[in-house]
Write a protein that binds this ligand. Structure first.
Ligand SMILES: NC(=O)c1ccc[n+]([C@@H]2O[C@H](COP(=O)([O-])OP(=O)(O)OC[C@H]3O[C@@H](n4cnc5c(N)ncnc54)[C@H](O)[C@@H]3O)[C@@H](O)[C@H]2O)c1
Length: 426
């Protein structure tokens, strides 16, 4: 998130220093080597390095001294109790306070629980004589389209009660909202909560469709018809209505859990999100249950091809990916797992090592497979050469975890097809 934001600010003419504790990452970035897969990012980073507006450093003191506005884009991972861990934010704030050479604006861009901005302010008041302004400015970019989302954001949320600070940040963001998308200035706490509200609402929307898909299977309805039938109502909207095997990634799971936790701390139970979280955990297991049923429990020794490991297409991020739940269940049952993912295989290797087979192409993963499971809906998986697939596989069975195929077409070519909430989807 920090890299994408930094390069976007540089691209609009600002001088930016991206500071990170990871020295190897900084060394690579100086050479234009990008640590993540994100479409378009490498090109814009290289251009801004060449033009001299984008610099990288592992030296916090230098980065602080040379900057007027400091964006905190630090990780806020999930703690053991489900809350967001803000230790990195607190620690780095303390260090920044020690290096302050003049009054500056500190922007909290990480996703942080309500009240964090206030805690950051306290740290600066206790550790520095320079007056600072602390702002909450949550980020709404999506992995896979992060650059476009940042260059043309739907909205910018600025949480501050200081008018002058709001004007400075609005000026910084002006080039990104030329088409008229709003810059919404609000108080700090509302801004902090807005980010959690957005992610939790989206997680709830997906989960509603996933759970309804489970009902569809029981009553013999098709979730795809339901999706079309409700999505054209503008109050519901067409986006985020595709049923699948659960949401994952570095944000939705931790943010839903963190908001449930925050609510509890303040004496309120957000029961709707408790349900979302628990339904989603179950949803990640549905393909495995379907596999067991199909093979009548006997998965040991079977060869299963898995297409897609990333938590969604266009990213190499596998944090909290539904593929992890499936792959570990398959390995526990003694299944031989072959995988293909266009971007996430290097990250998968760090976790699974030699326990699974990594295949250069989607079709090579199918050789002698007893079943194919589509976990991530990468574009390259959408059009199938069913004839070739059938000749490669030992038995023609497809588990479509993202409902990207037409069941009739797949079945018509002699396959057994299972979707999520599809009519006759078993
Ligand atoms: N990934 C997203 O799509 C996304 C979108 C919106 C908001 N966010 C939020 O942004 C924040 C960061 O998320 P991310 O996905 O970019 O995390 P990340 O783990 O990919 O990146 C965080 C970076 O911070 C660095 N870091 C850790 N400790 C440090 C320290 N003490 N000093 C300097 N650098 C340090 C790490 O080395 C790493 O490069 C989180 O709060 C997340 O919820 C993420």
């Amino acid at each position: 998130m920090g890299l994408v934001q930094g390069v976007c600010f540089a691209d609009t003419g600002n001088n930016v220093i991206c500071m990170d504790i990871d020295k190897k990452k900084i060394r690579n970035l100086k050479k234009g080597i990008i640590p993540i897969y994100e479409p378009g990012l490498e090109e814009i980073v290289k251009r801004n390095i060449k033009d001299g507006r984008l610099k990288f450093s592992a030296n916090l003191k230098l980065a602080v001294e040379e900057s007027q506005i400091i964006f905190l884009c630090l990780p806020t991972p999930q703690s053991e109790d489900g809350s967001a861990d803000i230790k990195h934010i607190m620690e780095v704030s303390r260090r920044i306070a020690g290096y302050l050479n003049e009054s500056k604006i500190i922007v909290s861009k990480s996703t942080v629980p309500v009240g964090t901005v206030e805690k950051i302010r306290q740290i600066f008041e206790n550790n520095s004589k320079h007056g600072i302004k602390v702002v909450s400015n949550p980020e709404f970019l999506k992995e896979g389209t992060a650059l476009q989302d940042s260059l043309k954001p739907d909205r910018i949320v600025i949480g501050t009660s200081d008018k002058k600070t709001a004007e400075i940040l609005a000026e910084l963001y002006k080039p990104f909202v030329r088409t008229g998308n709003p810059i919404i200035v609000m108080d700090e706490k509302s801004a902090e909560l807005t980010k959690y509200a957005a992610n939790s609402f989206l997680a709830a929307k997906i989960t509603f469709m996933n759970d309804l898909a489970n009902l569809c299977e029981k009553v013999g309805a098709d979730i795809e018809w339901i999706r079309k039938g409700i999505g054209s109502d503008p109050r519901i909207g067409k986006n985020f209505l595709f049923a699948g095997i659960g949401y994952g990634g570095s944000c939705f799971p931790k943010d839903v859990k963190a908001l449930v936790k925050t609510s509890g701390v303040h004496g309120h139970r957000l029961r709707i999100l408790e349900a979302v979280d628990s339904i989603n955990e179950d949803q990640k297991k549905v393909i495995f249950a379907k596999l067991k049923k199909h093979f009548e429990g006997g998965l040991k020794g079977k060869a299963i091809a898995v297409w897609g490991i990333a938590f969604k297409p266009q990213t190499d991020d596998i944090r909290e990916a539904p593929s992890a739940v499936l792959i570990s269940s398959l390995l526990n049952e003694g299944v031989k797992v072959s995988v293909h993912d266009p971007a996430a295989m290097p990250n998968a290797k760090k976790i699974y090592g030699s326990k699974i087979k990594y295949c250069k192409s989607a079709y090579s993963a199918l050789k002698n497979a007893d079943a194919l499971v589509v976990v991530t809906e990468w574009n390259e998986f959408r059009r199938l050469d069913l004839h070739s697939i059938k000749s490669l596989m030992r038995t023609p069975v497809i588990f479509d975890g993202r409902n990207i195929y037409d069941p009739d077409e797949v079945r018509g070519s002699g396959f057994v097809y299972y979707g999520i909430g599809r009519k006759n989807g078993e």
